[in-house]
Design a protein around this ligand. Structure first.
Ligand code: ADP
Ligand code: ZN
Length: 745
């Protein structure tokens, strides 16, 4: 197996799904190498892996290097399309991750584990022509019975059906040996949309949309030719909530499919936007596949292969679907492009949106980024002319945007006490909706009942023993819980620090809001959606459907409810503590607050009745709150870009966030300091800040020391980091490198 190289040898490189591993070189098989994108089995240390062939004709390693042979060739054809192999390698390079991690994203789940064939098959039993009940080979009544059953069923039955009528596999085997029946296997597709048990239903169908509005037509008049040009173009489609963006995507997709090319649609979280899937299914029928991590791996596998075989025209999926093996791609839509779920929070820390743009570039496709609240990155790209800008400034059918009122909670506390959750204005408005049988949505981006538990005697708050954060009280389960590591204990009777018996709670989350609403409006039907209530697959969809059917009066929830849903009967949106995020020391805090408030306010009044929104805030004058209330994107953008320019934050510069973890804070700080020094010494044009303890200084018993790199050129930062880390290989496993981070907490 292991031997030095000889001049006659040929070599290949292979990406193996092992974190952080570089591409590995192997000797090509004597019969020639399989092509790029084929799966191969390779030895890595003592283990064996399925990897993806990257370069079928790789340069020879330095002479004298020991090179192993491939163990096995799984495919003779590319399994992953070569363009997707290149895309994955770009991701690995750009996001400073291992190529194997990135290539793993391009494989369906079953292929990753090394199972070459994960299709679900069913056995079919067919009578052969010579089969007659009088045949001498028939010995027993069971066999006779089996043949009779088959004859009545027209000569062919599924094995499962035979079993259901009491015929065993053994009986069938006997008949097969006697050549009276044949057994064949047929591949069955697991279709997540066809199986009602899969947790995949779609929202009730929308009334069919008639003619496009003038704005939609104008948008399509720009986008249609851009798609037909069959060359790369990125377009920001900035359309206010309810302006009919989805309809534009559908018509555009129609045109692209009619021209023989394919369409990829990315949505932030499919479980939260089944409507999008439903509308594409309604338009394109079975030629739509869906791809997202909520699918069972078998379903995902089957969908992947349908795409790979070219059986679908449209793929709708979440972040990782950007690697879907579609060929002849003409259009990529990234809906709600600003959404933070496009960024993966483990290696490779890629942005599905940015990878989509890269994919469009290499495959000469049109990329449409849609949002009511574009990310500053995309808006700045449009401003600089790198992206085209298409706007839908008003809602369809002249439906007005919701009327927004800001309530100053400082005044509310002064008059009603510091413990109020709902302002009197919001309570009144909810009461009026209940009387008119209209629906209300209440948003608070914080779950749990109380956000802090503290002792009145010694003043200490209960902290997580493993993380540097306070514990949240969850009343339903009577426990306090850490939202970072999930540590939880029953609420103690006495203070763990001093033994005092007067534990108090302060701060509140969605669980408390639900309880307050039930107490104030006992007759109202209240539902809550947050990570505590929707642990089960399909649970969100159930609540969303109940709201759509009018079975819920008040829906309370975290940002999960702010996304994409279209509830025509919701006429009031309450935003409680709109400024939860503003207290965080994060450069995107204002952007996130603006997006969240604008999006949730956009849920109000999407039907025929005008909507109203009430926004409770402790900083009613903050520009993110004011601009969101006025639904004034431009005002927010100008103000926020000013701030990013002054403090040199993205999109004005490139940012890399580096976190070094260790059980000792001193070690974490010293190691991060060493990396910082190496980067400083190794390269010009990079600003290096830190080390400093991260805002979240400890998580799961590990301290976190942080450094930031800023530069106009990401490649310079990556190269400098790569050099620093190769000088300190011991740090690699406890260092997080986040290129273009969404948050620096
Ligand atoms: P967005 O994605 O921009 O928030 P949607 O595409 O969900 O908006 O459209 C909002 C609502 O308006 C949906 O119920 C949709 O069916 C409807 N709609 C879209 N376009 C039209 C149109 N041209 N005429 C009538 N209704 C439309
Ligand atoms: Zn914890």
């Amino acid at each position: 197996m292991r031997s030095s190289t000889s001049p006659a040898d040929r070599f290949v490189t292979v990406g193996v799904p092992v974190p952080g591993l570089a591409l590995l070189t192997y000797r090509a098989p004597a019969g020639g190498s399989p092509p790029k994108g084929a799966r191969v089995r390779v030895p890595v240390g003592p283990r064996s892996y399925i990897g993806c062939l990257v370069d079928p004709d790789a340069p020879a390693p330095p002479s004298g290097t020991r090179v192993k042979d491939l163990t096995d060739v799984v495919d003779r054809e590319p399994f992953v399309p070569p363009a997707i192999v290149d895309l994955a390698l770009w991701v690995a390079e750009y996001y400073a991750a291992g190529p194997g991690d990135a290539l793993a994203l391009a494989l369906p789940p079953a292929a990753r584990g090394g199972r070459a064939n994960a299709f679900r098959t069913e056995g079919l039993v067919t009578l052969t022509s010579g089969a007659a009940l009088e045949h001498p080979a028939i010995r027993g009544p069971k066999q006779r019975d089996a043949l009779a059953q088959l004859a009545t069923a027209g000569g062919r039955m599924r094995m499962a059906e035979l079993r259901a009528v009491g015929i065993s596999a053994e009986t069938v085997r006997t008949l097969v040996r006697a050549e009276l029946v044949e057994r064949t296997e047929r591949v069955v597709e697991r279709d997540p949309l066809a199986e009602p048990t899969g947790g995949w239903t779609v929202e009730p169908a929308h009334a069919p949309v008639g003619a496009l509005t003038d704005q939609q037509s104008a948008a399509l008049a720009h986008l249609g030719p851009a798609a037909a040009a069959q060359s790369f173009r990125a377009v920001l489609l900035h359309g206010v909530t309810g302006s009919g963006k989805t309809e534009v995507y559908l018509r555009l997709a129609d045109e692209v499919v009619a021209s023989g090319r394919r369409v990829l649609v990315l949505v932030p979280e499919i479980a939260l936007t089944p409507a999008a899937v439903g509308r594409f299914r309604a338009r394109f029928g079975s030629r739509v596949a869906i791809q997202h991590s909520g699918l069972a791996s078998g379903e995902r596998h089957d969908q992947w292969h349908r795409i790979r075989r070219g059986e679908v025209d449209v793929v709708v999926g979440t972040r990782s679907a950007v690697f879907a093996p579609l060929e002849h791609l003409g259009l990529i839509v990234v809906d709600e492009e600003h959404d933070s779920s496009y960024k993966q929070d483990e290696a490779p820390r890629y942005s599905g949106r940015d990878v989509a743009v890269m994919r469009g570039r290499t495959e000469q496709a049109l990329v449409v980024l849609g949002s009511a609240t574009p990310s500053l990155e995309s808006a700045a790209n449009a401003e600089a002319g790198r992206y085209d800008l298409v706007t839908l400034p008003t809602r369809v059918l002249d439906r007005p945007l919701a009327e927004v009122r800001i309530v100053d909670m400082r005044q509310e506390y002064a008059t009603a006490g510091a413990d109020v959750t709902f302002s009197s204005a919001l309570l009144q408005a909810i009461g009026a909706r209940l009387a008119r049988r209209e629906q209300t949505v209440v948003l608070l981006n914080r779950r749990g009942f109380a956000t802090a538990v503290f002792c009145r005697q010694c003043g200490s708050t209960m902290e997580c023993p493993h993380c540097s954060v306070g514990l949240t009280f969850h009343r339903a389960v009577q426990r306090v819980r850490c939202h970072y590591c999930n540590y939880s204990v029953p609420v103690p009777r006495a203070c763990p620090a001093c033994g005092g018996e007067f534990l108090e709670q302060s701060g509140f989350g969605t669980e408390r809001l639900e309880a307050d609403l039930r107490a104030t409006f006992p007759a109202a039907r209240v539902a809550r959606v947050d990570r505590d209530t929707v642990r089960r697959r399909g649970a969100v969809v159930e609540v969303v459907e109940a709201v759509a059917r009018g079975e819920i009066d008040i829906l309370v929830g975290t940002q999960m409810i702010a996304k994409g849903h279209d509830f025509p009967a919701v006429t009031l949106v309450g935003v409680v503590s709109a400024d939860v995020g503003l207290g965080l020391a994060d450069f995107r805090a204002a952007e996130r607050t603006f997006q969240l408030v604008t999006q949730v306010v956009g849920r109000a009044g999407r039907g025929t009745t005008a909507g109203e929104a009430i926004v409770q805030s402790l900083y009613p004058d903050h520009y993110s709150i004011r601009a969101a209330a006025a639904q004034d994107y431009r005002a927010f953008f100008d103000r926020e870009m000013d701030y990013r320019r002054k403090l040199q934050y993205p999109p004005v510069v490139g940012l890399v966030n580096v976190i070094v973890k260790h059980r000792s804070l001193e070690r974490a700080m010293a190691d991060a300091g060493d990396l910082a020094d190496r980067v400083r010494r190794g390269s010009r044009g990079i600003r290096v800040m830190g080390p400093a303890p991260a805002a979240l200084a400890r998580v799961r018993d590990e301290f976190r020391a942080q450094i930031f790199l800023k530069s106009g050129q990401r490649s310079v930062m990556r190269d400098a980091l790569r050099r620093a880390l190769s000088a300190r290989p011991d740090l690699r496993r406890r260092t997080i490198v986040d290129v273009d981070p969404l948050s620096v907490l």
